[in-house]
Design a protein around this ligand. Structure first.
Ligand code: OSB
Ligand code: MG
Length: 368
């Protein structure tokens, strides 16, 4: 295949509920969608998971647009591509900027699946008919609201409840939630809000029988996480710190984690995500698929990836209606009794809803 045209759109979608983590609150999700067209007119879709501001990692919506426009699109346009794995190889001369790379790589995976007349799941080698789904719950204004939101998520059937914690909103929250819901699989995500100086506090989390604690320490650290893991019974899960297979190897060799959260955007695309998955499987480290409050396009990629065998823990893939009045795919992502039925259609399996996409579009640009 050859990519002959790329369209980038800046979308703005209002979340039904503001999402608060240790690093701030998101109410309007602004992000980029990328539409790639090949020489036969096939269309593939990708989503940039970078936020407006660099608080999760260093990338932003504008930085991903700039890197795509000035560096990545010129590498890809009109070049013969036999397999999407070649895309990340051709980006090797460009350091980091994983989310930018992943945006166009995802669209090329979509087109590649269409050339094979297969679903994205099939071309990735996934096998599941349905995947288990957990939910990530932001920090709520009061403890009563926190309990109520978790209770609703449990009633909705989610297989695992993740709650965000931060200094001052941690042990008290987990204790209260455990008192209310003693048997529910539960975990905490700190988004890098602590340091090793907080080790005595973090050790108290061992009381609550959590499936894991996600990214307690710095966004760029694995050494301190290894020191922490040695003192915790609860498995540490790395999110922000893992950008590549190499990071994964080093983290596992150091004993920095017992679990890895794989996010396609954070690791530079589906090919690298699959390499990390395979490596973790060989080394007995379970993985699950994280979320970035994506629209349905990004979710479709996550769902396909989650069908790989070592995704043995529920992912952060709550249904469309949890986030949006209207998502931008058809059908929307539906979660039933904690499962998503994986679409079997060719490509990403869901149809982009152009009317909705246009309504949410702030600006766009075509590259040929
Ligand atoms: O750390 O996993 C995270 C959302 C934005 C940024 C970082 C994270 C999250 C989530 C939400 O936890 C997952 C989702 O529902 O998409
Ligand atoms: Mg996280």
């Amino acid at each position: 295949m050859k990519i002959t045209e790329v369209t980038i759109r800046h979308l703005k979608m209002r979340l039904k509920h503001p999402f608060t983590t240790s690093f701030g609150t998101i109410q309007d999700k602004e992000f980029l969608l990328l539409e790639a067209k090949d020489e036969s007119g096939r269309i593939g879709w990708g989503e940039s998971v970078a936020f407006e501001a660099p608080w999760y990692n260093e990338e932003t919506m504008k930085s991903t647009w700039y890197i795509l426009e000035d560096f990545l699109i010129p590498i890809i346009l009109n070049k013969e591509i036999l397999h999407p794995d070649e895309v990340s190889e051709s980006f090797q001369g460009i350091r980091k900027n994983c989310m930018a790379k992943s945006t166009i790589e995802g669209a090329i995976w979509d087109i590649y699946a269409q050339t094979q007349n297969q679903s994205l799941m099939e071309v990735l080698g996934g096998t599941k008919e349905k995947i288990e789904v957990g939910i990530s719950i932001g920090i709520q204004p009061t403890m009563e609201q926190q309990v109520a939101v978790v209770e609703k998520a449990i009633k909705d059937g989610y297989k695992r409840i993740k709650v965000k914690i931060k200094p001052g909103w941690d042990i008290n929250v987990m204790r209260t939630l455990r008192e209310h819901f003693p048997d529910v699989p539960m975990m905490a995500d700190a988004n890098s809000a602590y340091t090793l100086e907080d080790i005595e506090l973090l050790k108290q989390l061992d009381e609550f029988n959590l499936t894991m604690i996600e990214q307690p320490l710095a966004y760029d650290d694995i050494i301190d996480h290894a020191a922490l893991q040695k003192q915790l019974k609860t498995p540490v899960c790395l999110d922000e710190s893992i950008h590549s297979l190499e990071d994964t190897r080093k983290a596992i060799e150091l004993g920095a984690c017992g679990v890895i959260n794989i996010k396609i955007g954070r690791v530079g695309g589906i090919s690298e995500a699959k390499r990390i998955h395979d490596y973790c499987e060989e080394h007995g480290i379970p993985v699950w698929c994280g979320g970035m409050l994506e629209s349905g396009i990004g979710r479709a990629h996550n769902i396909a990836l989650t069908t790989l065998s070592n995704f043995v823990m529920p992912g952060d893939t709550a249904g469309s209606s949890h986030y949006w009045e209207q998502d931008i795919i058809e059908p929307e992502v539906v979660v039933e009794n904690g499962y998503i039925t994986v679409p079997q259609q060719v490509g990403i399996g869901y149809k982009p809803n152009l009317e909705a996409i246009n309504r949410y579009t702030v600006s766009s640009r075509v590259y040929r």
